[in-house]
Ligand binder design. Structure first.
Ligand SMILES: Nc1ncnc2c1ncn2[C@@H]1O[C@H](COP(=O)(O)OP(=O)(O)O)[C@@H](O)[C@H]1O
Ligand SMILES: [Mg+2]
Length: 465
């Protein structure tokens, strides 16, 4: 290749490179460079062509000049530069020696790192955010893992999320154990008040005579037995947060008046005090009682009822959302197995019975049952026979489906002979239902017709449809 061609090849390598490649002579004068990349330094080609890197350094364009460093050190150098245009660039430069070891050229490669730095920053921030979210999710999960599949519960969860953003009074309605307390807490956690306290008060557990001082606190020395310095009440503790009054139907009438006052005036007085305290809380109530009826009979104030019932949310009993039962069972099995370091399971037919159960204690009853089963069963698979007696309807052998009956037989009868007889009786009964004659039955069961007749006689009176 001629010298001209070598030069042409070199120039095209330099000009097509993504890096700013600059070659200087032994005095630091720029010989070749890639003009596409000098905008990083904020200057035009006519400004640097024919100049030395020392000059550009003095002008503050290269700060510092990496080629100047290599000329001095005579070894490769790598540095980060901040340019006048606010860019961050990475420069690497190498000395080129002739055959006698004299430094004749310096070649430098410069790459704009601004975008990469920006991306790194963004990536770092994203990572931090993800970590924050992750711990938040874990926190939420620990606090209130809600398990549901039914569309009713999906709807309630959505409603809770929507009303959590408001300050409206919410009344949770539903039987005991359906999850009213869980939802009240969730409402608080999803509201802007979540960092302030959530104060839960069960109105049925506070003695009537103590109600006022428990709710509103008292000033020092206001009654005998009171603490010397007075005491904060539950309402005061809920300031800026959420006050959850469970079993609101149990609120005595005089307290109903006081509560109504607090809701209207947003102030309260401690027992024995004169000072009005300002208070700001979100009120959530819950009840299992029919408050409208209580209003009619005069034990609940109508004006308070209207105030509390702004957004009523009805949580259906478990028996009305059967889709939730199996996953609640599994969830509790997992938790309780972990707690006691066991690995017990329910037999499919046990599930069937539990899904049909009326669950008057709802999720609370279900939780207790699973714990009891895991603690008391010795086998790793829990059969229906192991369930407490009230889970079995009358005549467990004559209803439900076949698998169920089979398990009952096997579990209830430890004696092989009687168990086999039960199964035999059951198979005869099935065959009798399907067939029109004892001949047909014999064919179906794979035994002789006289055997069918004999066995039918044996179980006479039992093999009815
Ligand atoms: N959907 C659900 N998922 C998981 N656990 C639930 C669910 N609903 C209720 N629970 C649990 O059932 C028990 C009773 O719930 P709770 O909110 O106290 O009922 P309530 O206040 O209506 O009597 C609690 O241990 C609660 O954690
Ligand atoms: Mg409760």
């Amino acid at each position: 290749m001629s010298d001209n061609n070598v030069k042409r090849v070199l120039e095209s390598i330099i000009s097509t490179s993504n890096n700013n490649i600059t070659v200087t002579d032994e005095k630091g004068f720029i010989l070749f460079t890639n003009p596409n990349h000098w905008w990083i330094y904020g200057i035009e080609p006519d400004h640097y062509l024919g100049k030395s890197v020392y000059q550009l350094e003095t002008e503050g364009i290269l700060s510092p000049s990496i080629s100047a460093m290599v000329l001095k050190e005579k070894t490769p150098v790598q540095i980060m530069q901040h340019t006048k245009t606010g860019k961050i660039v990475m420069s690497t430069a190498y000395p080129i020696f002739d055959a006698d070891g004299e430094l004749i050229r310096v070649v430098s490669y410069t790459q704009d790192q601004t975008e990469i730095r920006k991306l790194q920053d963004q990536y770092g921030q994203l990572e931090k955010k993800i970590q924050e979210y992750q711990s938040e999710v874990e926190e939420l999960r620990e606090q209130e893992e809600l398990i549901y599949r039914s569309k009713e519960m999906h709807q309630i969860v959505k409603t809770i999320l929507r009303v959590a953003k408001t300050d409206a009074n919410v009344m949770l309605l539903g039987e005991s154990g359906v999850g009213k307390s869980v939802f009240a807490r969730r409402l608080h956690n999803q509201s802007y008040r979540s960092k302030a306290p959530f104060v839960e008060v069960n109105c049925s557990t506070i003695p009537k005579s103590l109600f006022e001082s428990e709710m509103f606190g008292y000033e020092a020395g206001s009654f005998t037995g009171a603490q010397k310095h007075g005491k904060q009440g539950l309402v005061e503790q809920a300031d800026n947060g959420t006050l959850f009054l469970d079993e609101i139907g149990e609120l005595p009438l005089d307290m109903q008046v006081k509560l109504l006052n607090v809701l209207q005036e947003k102030t309260f007085k401690r027992v024995g005090g004169k000072k009005e305290h300002r208070i700001d809380f979100r009120l959530v109530t819950a009840t299992n009682q029919n408050l409208e009826e209580m209003v009619e009979t005069g034990v609940f104030r109508l004006d308070l009822y209207y105030r509390l019932n702004v957004i009523p949310i009805l949580i259906p009993p478990l028996r009305e959302r059967k889709e939730d039962i199996a996953i609640l069972i599994n969830h509790n099995l997992e938790i309780i197995n972990k707690k006691y370091n066991t690995n017990k399971k329910l037999h499919p037919s046990t599930y069937e019975i539990l899904i049909q159960h009326k669950w008057s204690g709802n999720v609370r009853e279900l939780e207790n049952l699973i714990e009891r089963l895991i603690l008391t069963s010795e086998d790793s698979v829990i059969f229906p026979g192991f369930l407490p007696s009230h889970f079995h309807g009358q005549g467990s052998l004559d209803n439900k489906d076949d698998t169920l009956m089979f398990d009952q037989v096997l579990v209830d009868d430890s004696n092989l002979k009687t168990a086999l007889e039960q199964v035999e009786r059951w198979m005869l009964m099935k065959a009798r239902k399907q067939c029109k004659s004892t001949y047909e039955m014999a064919k179906l069961l794979g035994i002789s017709q006289p055997s069918v007749v004999r066995k039918m006689k044996k179980y006479q009176g039992q093999v009815h449809q």
